[in-house]
Design a protein around this ligand. Structure first.
Ligand SMILES: NC(=O)c1ccc[n+]([C@@H]2O[C@H](COP(=O)([O-])OP(=O)(O)OC[C@H]3O[C@@H](n4cnc5c(N)ncnc54)[C@H](O)[C@@H]3O)[C@@H](O)[C@H]2O)c1
Ligand SMILES: O=c1ccn([C@@H]2O[C@H](COP(=O)(O)OP(=O)(O)O[C@H]3O[C@H](CO)[C@H](O)[C@H](O)[C@H]3O)[C@@H](O)[C@H]2O)c(=O)[nH]1
Length: 331
């Protein structure tokens, strides 16, 4: 198949591109490299360009007969979205519209979208299933919810079939160690703790120990990037063989919650032989952090037959550690 992967030089997109390329698909990556890296785009054909460039999009769709599109490109820093909502609505909504409209014009009908747990806002109950109210509390979450709504309207009006996957906490890296998580600045917990273990960072700060959780630190649902990517592959297959049509949205997590302290303890276990002592500092709560976010992924399991192969936290961390050692040149 000919597939367009937008944002394929980023963390999640690059793992998807590798998985699809190894399965034998012909993959074109469109990425403006604002938060992605040329080095991560080591599979497929990389086109450096921006979703804002409609002429470029038209040319790409004229050049290739795409069977489907996966859209990972976005700005995704929650705090920044509160400071600069314009940037978020422009890139995450307006630029996505450019892509959807060119797809409609070229009659490409299969679309997979990176949505987020942030579309739910503060949880009303746990675990969070698809029936949970979607009330985002920041422009990042709202921008993703707006695209979900647009996809419903595009399904009804233009027959565009889509799957929005609402990721909880994506983490881990390629089990082969070739690629892994890279963000600058890095804000995610696991790579930050690992950087403290490799010496690329002095310490990790725990953002609050006074939450209503067992040990007082926030609980999250950490899903291995390979499992996340396999859900995309299944979703694409289901769209292509018309097993599902219209606009669909599924929550995607491991279904188990781990606290910040449990993650730190797990990293200490994994790096015991070759990491430094991890210095842990105590900090204030980070604004907008719910105490607990855990997904109910029963629907995606039922509809797509998806199941996680790498659900153990230590495995997730082992793969991320292999990548961090590479970045820190410890190997
Ligand atoms: N990482 C997570 O835990 C997580 C959780 C929920 C949802 N998501 C969503 O998943 C997607 C991928 O996340 P990630 O962590 O891989 O992010 P990332 O920043 O590593 O990747 C995004 C990629 O999109 C590219 N990009 C951004 N705007 C573009 C544009 N206008 N034109 C072309 N390319 C553009 C960037 O250069 C980058 O390579 C995002 O949409 C994000 O909102 C991520
Ligand atoms: O240095 C750090 C970094 C994080 N944390 C804590 O660790 C947990 C996980 O934080 P991350 O930043 O790794 O992940 P989030 O749960 O905040 O964010 C994830 O979920 C969001 C939805 O709520 C968005 O989708 C976002 O893109 C995705 O990474 C949070 O409780 C956070 O407070 C720390 O204590 N110290």
């Amino acid at each position: 198949m000919n597939l367009l992967i937008v944002g394929g030089a980023g963390y999640i997109g690059s793992h998807m591109v590798k998985q699809l390329s190894l399965e034998g698909h012909n993959v074109v990556v469109l990425d403006n490299l604002t938060s992605g890296f040329r080095e991560l785009a080591c599979y497929g054909e990389l086109v450096v360009g921006d979703l804002a460039d409609i002429v470029l999009l038209e040319n790409l769709f004229n050049q290739y007969e795409f069977d489907g599109v996966m859209h990972f490109a976005a700005c995704s820093l929650v705090g920044e979205s509160v400071q600069h909502p314009s940037k978020y609505y422009r890139n995450n909504v307006a630029n996505t519209l450019n892509l959807l409209d060119v797809m409609v014009r070229h009659d490409v009908k299969q679309f997979i979208f990176s949505s987020t747990a942030a579309t739910f806002g503060e949880p009303h109950y746990l675990p969070i299933d698809e029936a949970h109210p979607q009330q985002p509390i920041n422009p990042y979450g709202m921008s993703k919810l707006m695209v979900e709504r647009i996809l419903s309207d595009y399904a009804a009006a233009y027959g565009l079939n889509s799957v929005s996957l609402r990721y909880f906490n994506a983490c881990g890296g390629d089990p082969g160690g070739e690629i892994g998580e890279c963000h600058d600045p890095e804000t995610h917990l696991i790579p930050i703790i690992l950087q403290a273990a490799s010496g690329r960072r002095e310490a990790v700060t725990v953002f609050g120990r006074d939450y209503a959780t067992e040990d007082g630190t926030c609980v999250r649902d950490y899903i291995h990037i390979e499992d996340l990517c396999s859900a995309h592959a299944l979703a694409l297959k289901a769209l292509l063989n018309k097993q599902i049509i219209g606009a669909n949205a599924y929550n995607l997590g491991n279904g188990a919650g781990f606290s910040v302290q449990q993650v730190i303890d797990a990293v200490r276990r994994v790096v015991a032989d070759d990491g430094r002592d991890i210095v842990v500092l105590e900090g204030e709560r980070r604004s907008g952090d719910p105490a607990t976010l855990v997904a109910d992924s029963a629907l995606v399991r039922k509809v797509l037959g998806w199941y996680p192969n790498f659900s153990a936290l230590d495995t997730i961390i082992r793969h991320a550690w292999a990548w961090e050692k590479k970045l820190a040149k410890l190997d």
